[in-house]
Design a protein around this ligand. Sequence first.
Ligand code: FAD
Ligand code: SF4
Ligand code: SF4
Ligand code: SF4
Length: 508
Amino acid sequence: MTQLTKELMDAVTEAYAGSLFVRSLLENQFAIENADKLKLEHIESITDRIMVMETEKYQVLLYIQSRGSASVSQLVSDLKLTEFTVMMHILALQNEGWLELRDQDKMIYGIKSIITKNKEKLELDLISPWNLRSVYDPIQIIVDSHLCCLCGACKAVCPVEAITIAGDKPIIDEEKCIHCGLCNYHCPRTLMPLNILKTHVSGPQESFFQDLDVQPIGPYRILKSAQTANDEIKAVCQDGGMVTTFLQYLLEKSEIHGAVVAKRQPNSWDTNAVIVSNIDELLEASGTKYAVSPNLVAFNEASQFGFRKLAFVGTPCQVQAMRKYQVYSNIFEDVWGSIEYVIGIFCMETFSYENVVKISEEVCNTPITNVSKMDINKGKFFVYDLEKNAVDVPIKEVTSLARHACHYCVDLTNELADISCGSIGSGPGWSTVVVRSEQGEMLYNNALKEKYFKVKDIPADKPFGTPLIEKLAKGKRKRNFKGLKKILDESPPYYYNSLNQILKVEEQ
Ligand SMILES: Cc1cc2nc3c(=O)[nH]c(=O)nc-3n(C[C@H](O)[C@H](O)[C@H](O)COP(=O)(O)OP(=O)(O)OC[C@H]3O[C@@H](n4cnc5c(N)ncnc54)[C@H](O)[C@@H]3O)c2cc1C
Ligand code: SF4
Ligand code: SF4
Ligand code: SF4
């Protein structure tokens, strides 16, 4: 038997015995079936997919353990994995607390020295990780630390429907929870390796390591101002109507069967995620709602409808969750695998619905039922009544009402979308459109060729246009990364898992 084959077999064994996901799903099949969300064949296919991912990850871990340290190029050539796959697993293992970066230039990783030092104290057997499995606890810690951006991913993946969303918080029903850790694993506020995900969307990046000063608006191929050519869309959209126009094109050309969007609830500005499948429904969902919407929850609905090809619209945090799922899991391939296009919207902050009502009624003296549009523009929050009269307030007066999690968010321009749309950088009635992926470029060019929209250049001169977008994006990154670092230094729930917690206690 060659060494490689033995290492692969060891990895399979470790994945079966060591993976909490696999064990929990296998041990709780009865509870999962009873929850009536997944059928037996789904549970089997989910377990199989997790096994493939976990086996690769354990291959990487065992290889490094047996040698003490290893470079990425060694792992690539000996394990016959791509550099992307190796880096993806290394970052997950680093997040779980197993690995540390020894040499960034040579990309060498080793077993974390604290593990080696405290081997006996921690009762770890470094030949095999059997004694200490990476444990992902439910997402309660993320919620308690006010880091939850309410993307809805945890609720969408929970196999026993133990998570409900109440107000702007996910709540875990401890009676139902089987502690599989899938919610934590998929949460965009645990591991979030942005450059790996950017590589997945936009092709190879200069480095797998994130440099906050580089590419303030992320990688892109096209940056333009654009405006819909459709009068119905113009009448209801937020800016240039480009989000709705891209979806209209995709639906009309049968490139998708439906799209996940955020829709207002009747007579209210409260928002929920829905799947629309025709132009009328699409028009109803256009326009910006500043109340947070857990858009990923719509995937539960998608499985019932059996859509084959979908587009997804979301804020940067929702798109991060979407991309993390695509790269790190893909366990619900039947449904989530149907996402063909991701259209992102720019986002500086969102609010709980309670605070949206407060801004409208208490700050802008407009009953929420009389509001026809809300907008953030040129440093002000505007509330328009049914006669289109506007009341505005400087944004800094309502920033304290924004969701706490938004103060730890480093993406303004939706850097992981196929195409991102925002208002900054373009004049009234126009959208700033950032095309990032090959898929996005095809959609943009085809829809433009068929005159679904018109375009013009974004001014490159200061203080408007591109420099303004870059300045605001950079400002958000810097400001919020500082806040994030502070919270990490005080207690590290952002990269929380049980191994890290144990090691932290040992370190003191
Ligand atoms: C909370 C929030 C904050 C924003 N902040 C900024 C900002 O600081 N700077 C900036 O340039 N642009 C910001 N935008 C984007 C901007 O308001 C427009 O959505 C964007 O320019 C697209 O305009 P459009 O005319 O193409 O969109 P439309 O064609 O009108 O379509 C808007 C789409 O956004 C979706 N949507 C609406 N509300 C939400 C929500 N809460 N969550 C998820 N999806 C939603 C709708 O489903 C619809 O598909 C923000 C958007 C949101 C939702
Ligand atoms: S950020 Fe998303 S996945 Fe994480 S706890 Fe909040 S809703 Fe759940
Ligand atoms: S709440 Fe999280 S840990 Fe509990 S069963 Fe659901 S996904 Fe698993
Ligand atoms: S600011 Fe960030 S965390 Fe807050 S809603 Fe927007 S993308 Fe999500």
